[in-house]
Design a protein around this ligand. Structure first.
Ligand code: GTP
Ligand code: MG
Length: 136
């Protein structure tokens, strides 16, 4: 089995979609190992998003991620890293496939950062690194 870090980002929590998103994760059969409401400070977000430092959406992204609480989830299951990325859909919510979290619930709000509801680690290395940041 494998573990990944999932975040329901501030737009998902603020829009009251946490339950709907968790329902999809549970229906798929993945196991919730740990779950908590988080309000990360800038330092945590700088570590989490270090690969994006310097990109045009980086500052708006860090600001958005501090705009309200997120839900952090340690999620387990066979091939859960790619499995959750598949449930989430592609980054841009406008073109994410219907049936995915981003495709069904997300859209382009015309803001500086794509508010796409969820985060999922993109590799085993990222998952280990991110789980350490958010769950220690
Ligand atoms: P995460 O699961 O959140 O990491 O999404 P991802 O892996 O699909 O996207 P990526 O890691 O490339 O980017 C991290 C986050 O930055 C995205 O989820 C978006 O919120 C935002 N973002 C990424 N690319 C763009 C972009 O081209 N434009 C804008 N405005 N925001 C972006
Ligand atoms: Mg990513």
């Amino acid at each position: 089995t494998e573990e990944t870090l999932v975040l329901v980002k501030p737009d998902g929590v603020a829009r009251g979609l946490t339950g709907a998103i968790l329902a999809r994760i549970e229906a798929k059969g993945y196991a919730l190992v740990d779950i908590r409401l988080v309000e990360p400070d800038r330092e945590v977000l700088e570590k989490h998003y270090e690969e994006h430092a310097g990109k045009p959406f980086y500052e708006p992204l860090l600001e958005f991620m501090q705009s309200g609480p997120s839900v952090a989830i340690r999620l387990a299951g066979n091939r859960v890293i790619e499995g959750f990325r598949s449930l989430a859909g592609t980054t841009d919510p406008t073109t994410a496939a219907p049936g995915t979290i981003r495709g069904d619930f997300g859209r382009d709000w015309g803001l500086a950062v794509q508010q796409n509801l969820v985060h999922g680690s993109d590799s085993p290395e990222s998952a280990a690194r991110e789980l350490e940041i958010w769950f220690g």
